[in-house]
Design a protein around this ligand. Structure first.
Ligand code: 5GP
Length: 200
């Protein structure tokens, strides 16, 4: 895989569905005082209630995704729960041009691709305290039917098995505390940084 992307700073945050990634990230970045921007991904899955195009995801058709894939527009992509998800190169470059770090909220498959392209990308894994908590959170969210929920619970086990590849581990027991922890971690990462180089 070749990359047209120049130097920049990347943070990968992964964690199974129900870890609370989006909530924690939204809370940490809401104040806007950290030089970190979340990359909005493309997905072919339909929007959930309250999700907006261009804010939570770019909601594309399978055809649009396929065309962009053929044109090399994705930095990484993966098929998850029967839908495709991908990070657009131009989305990341846009934030790098502003001098910001880019935070990718992506799954373990995408994280592997990013690690190959950018070995110096910082990786963080966020998990719920235990499996029962995942099921409780997914049911409470109420966005999945039973088949989809069972599929997600199986995927969670597979993702947890990959967590040791990540540099930092966070356990989301209490939301307020996790927000503080992630914020501190990002501040530490930023303060220790020098621009990373692309590899691969
Ligand atoms: P959800 O459908 O619950 O929003 O997301 C399902 C999974 O897709 C989550 O693990 C999320 O991190 C992952 N995901 C979201 N965007 C991307 C992306 O651009 N690339 C990859 N590889 N995974 C993504």
């Amino acid at each position: 895989m070749t990359s047209t992307v120049g130097h920049g700073k990347l943070i990968v945050l992964s964690g199974p569905s129900g870890s609370g990634k989006s909530t924690v990230i939204d809370r940490v970045l809401a104040t806007g005082d950290l030089p970190v921007r979340r990359s909005v991904s493309v997905t072919t899955r339909p929007p959930r209630p309250g999700e907006r195009d261009g804010v939570h995801y770019y909601f594309w058709t399978a055809e649009q995704f396929e065309t962009a894939l053929r044109n090399g527009e994705f930095l990484e992509w993966a098929e998850i729960h029967g839908h495709r998800y991908g990070t657009l190169r131009r989305e990341v470059e846009r934030h790098w041009q502003e001098g910001c770090w880019v935070l990718l909220e992506i799954d373990v498959q995408g994280a592997r691709q990013i690690h190959t392209l950018f070995p110096d990308a910082v990786t963080i894994f966020l998990r719920a305290p235990d499996m029962a908590e995942y099921e409780r959170r997914l049911r409470q969210r109420g966005t999945e039917n039973e088949t989809s929920l069972q599929r997600r619970l199986e995927a969670i086990q597979r993702e947890l098995a990959e967590s040791h590849h990540y540099q930092y581990q966070l356990v989301n027991c209490k939301l307020d505390e996790t927000v503080v922890e992630l914020r501190r971690l990002l501040e530490k990462i930023i303060s220790q940084s020098s621009p990373i180089q692309k590899g691969g």
